[in-house]
Design a protein around this ligand. Structure first.
Ligand code: 4NP
Length: 171
């Protein structure tokens, strides 16, 4: 049976995805940049609306963290995001809301008081084809290796997510 967050995708009704972490400066901007890059590579950018947000407001208005940017750039990917806080309206707006870790997941679900949107709130690593602990780890306080690891996890998970969505695109 297909998942409830799946639906036909066409040019009039682009599929809306939002990647969510804590600060919206490391993990979710990286996921957003990777997914944008992948859909552009396949000429599918008009079928998607892609965004990112944070459950905390500490960094609102900031560009992606310099280590996240350096890591993405090394892989040929640009991170266009400016940090914003995830809000209730996003629960209604987006088709799929992707939490980076279980704390983000709980914070998003806490906004969904009547559990109207729980079918479209997912963990990003649910899509990771490789085994792991289910979380995209927070790299903020660590070194470049942590950022590289986050990039690889998000690259694999984004690829698998796009493959799951592609059959729903109607030309
Ligand atoms: P992110 O990383 O949630 O992946 O953007 C963090 C960014 C900032 C903070 C924590 C995590 N902070 O505590 O300011």
């Amino acid at each position: 049976m297909s998942e409830p967050y799946l639906r036909p995708i066409d040019l009039k009704t682009p599929y809306k995805l939002v990647f969510v972490c804590l600060g919206n400066i490391c993990r979710s901007p990286t996921a957003e940049g990777i997914f944008l890059h992948k859909v552009k590579e396949e000429g599918l950018e008009n079928y998607f609306y892609i965004d990112s947000a944070g459950t905390a407001a500490y960094h609102v208005g900031e560009s992606a963290n310099s280590k996240s940017q350096a890591t993405a750039n090394k892989h040929g990917i640009h991170l266009p995001s400016k940090a914003r806080k995830f809000e209730y309206a996003d629960l209604e707006e987006f088709d799929l809301i992707l939490a980076m870790d279980s704390e983000n997941f709980s914070n998003i679900n806490a906004l969904d008081r009547k559990s109207r949107f729980e079918n479209k709130i997912k963990m990003m690593r649910d899509f990771d084809p490789e085994p792991g602990n289910g979380e995209v780890p927070d790299p903020y306080y660590g070194g470049m290796q942590g950022f590289e690891n986050v990039f690889r996890v998000l690259e694999r998970s984004s690829e698998a997510l796009l493959e799951e969505l592609k059959p729903y695109i109607k030309s």
